[in-house]
Design a protein around this ligand. Sequence first.
Ligand code: ADE
Ligand code: ZN
Length: 343
Amino acid sequence: MPVSPFIRDLPKAELHLHIEGTFEPELMLEITQRNGVSLPFTTVDEARAAYRFSNLQDFLDIYYRGVGALITEQDFCELTCAYFDRVARQGVRHAEIFFDPQAHTARGVPFSTVCRGIESGLQYALQRYGISSRLIMCFLRHLDESEALVTLEAALPFRNVIHGVGLDSSEMGNPPAKFARVFAAARDAGLACVAHAGEEGTAEYVRDAVDVLKVQRIDHGNRALEDPSLTAELAERRIPLTVCPLSNLRLGVVDSLDRHPLREMLDAGLMVTLNSDDPAYFGGYINENYEAMQEHLGVDDATLARIARNSFHAAFLQPGRRTELLAELDAYLLEHDMHLSVR
Ligand code: ADE
Ligand code: ZN
């Protein structure tokens, strides 16, 4: 999908990105060979052909298989560096990155290996490209809360590296309330809290993520629109929704991009951002998501700029860094004679 020059260089933050979901087949095959692990495919074409899914669970089954190739600190570092090498060319100035520690510790990979490897990649991004970042550890919601509590304990020594906690994996049948205690403990430890909700689950899941888990952002949140009073509250409280159009298409959350609910979300006054989720699997990184909304919904540049502005407001940034990034965005818009239209 060709991306317009305006979108390409628009300064923006990525707020919904699973680092394991950036594992491109080329790197996966290289790391697989190095580690002597076997996968159900041996070429890039075979890998891409295997990436067929019609819902979240189908996808997760393939995603967790790929994750199994990651073993050493170097693997996690290379994965993270490869992600930043790509998005440094997409105007990304700040990225908040999810990882799934339980998908690794369950295979015997130490928590510290995962964390140190990703952290080296974050340092690389800052030094090489000036891209700032935050790391968010997700609990796998198909597992028990007791396992999430063990994971939170393991994370506490890495409190300086891990900024927050999230909740991902199979949503249906695993409501937010199942994780009430671990989110309360994470909050008490001073961690930021976010959760996937309303991707496949109902508006009730979004409501509980806000009321019970007390999250600061909702990841996806599409189905919140089914409840007008919840939608009004999210808008009023400016609780951000990290929306992922290409993911929504590939996982059957929407049946076509022409019918993506982004416009309804904007019209309802919701604080939305555009993001890529698992770009190696869903056919595009952040800019392809921006482009898809322009192409399929006719969202204009000024509105995309407003969404980029939302991304800096919704990010867990230090105040000084937020001011700097908003100023960079303003300067970019001024260059494009757009400063008045998006305020
Ligand atoms: N893990 C990776 N991507 C996910 C998604 N889109 N929803 C839930 N869990 C995930
Ligand atoms: Zn996600």
